[in-house]
Design a protein around this ligand. Structure first.
Ligand SMILES: CC(C)(COP(=O)(O)OP(=O)(O)OC[C@H]1O[C@@H](n2cnc3c(N)ncnc32)[C@H](O)[C@@H]1OP(=O)(O)O)[C@@H](O)C(=O)NCCC(=O)NCCS
Length: 185
């Protein structure tokens, strides 16, 4: 389906609020169901596996950045529908000794891709991390075949620091996982 507009200017980018939590969950369900369309996977979750992505935990979005399990979510809302159509999440490393790092995830629904939304969400998230004195690095993982996503990350200064070959197998498909990182300060 074509995007409603061919730019992202009409979309609203906001931090996740409690009121939008159900809309975010609905978006994530739609988004993850698109992985594997045309044999293009972007999540490591086998569609037939009952164990899905850990996703969003609303109790963690209010945790201070010093807490080991904080999360922050930025969402894109289409004002024409009120739906969440894209997201970017930042999650704590999980260990106090890794509290100077965070892990980034991003995704838009298919009809909202390629219109500049990824760039806006990346800039929003990187600005946020820069504003947090205790955060020095952003890490992410991206499939080896996902060249569009890698191009987006490289354009913001992320470098590839590693690759885990044959990290996932979805059906008969072997998937490499590329590790990328950005030094913020
Ligand atoms: C990858 C993704 C996050 C990019 O976001 P997006 O909103 O589509 O990207 P934008 O329109 O902001 O484009 C940003 C850059 O991404 C790259 N890109 C995006 N779509 C592209 C395409 N169809 N072909 C080539 N490059 C593309 C380009 O580098 C582009 O910059 P440019 O326009 O200056 O060339 C988005 O397409 C998506 O959600 N894909 C499916 C889920 C996914 O792959 N998530 C990442 C998992 S690690």
């Amino acid at each position: 389906m074509a995007a409603r507009n061919n730019t992202s200017e009409h979309l609203l980018i906001v931090p996740l609020s409690k009121a939008k939590f159900p809309d975010l969950l609905a978006h994530l369900k739609r988004h993850f169901s698109e992985s594997g369309a045309d044999d293009f996977y972007f999540t490591p979750y086998d569609p037939d596996d009952p164990i899905g992505p850990s996703g969003v935990d609303f109790d963690k979005v209010d945790l201070p950045i010093s807490a080991p399990h904080w999360q922050r979510w930025f969402i894109a809302i289409d004002p024409q529908t009120g739906n969440v159509c894209g997201h970017l999440d930042l999650k704590a490393d999980g260990l106090r000794t890794g509290s100077h790092r965070c892990v980034l995830g991003i995704g838009m629904e298919a009809q909202y891709r390629g219109i500049g939304l990824g760039k806006i969400l990346m800039k929003t998230a990187i600005d946020f991390v820069r504003s947090q004195a205790s955060l020095d690095w952003i890490d992410l993982m991206v499939f080896g075949h996902n060249k569009n996503a890698q191009a987006l990350y490289k354009s913001f200064g992320f470098s590839q620091v590693g690759i885990v070959h044959d990290r996932f197998r979805i059906g008969q498909t072997k998937i490499d996982d590329v590790i990328m990182t950005l030094k913020i300060r």
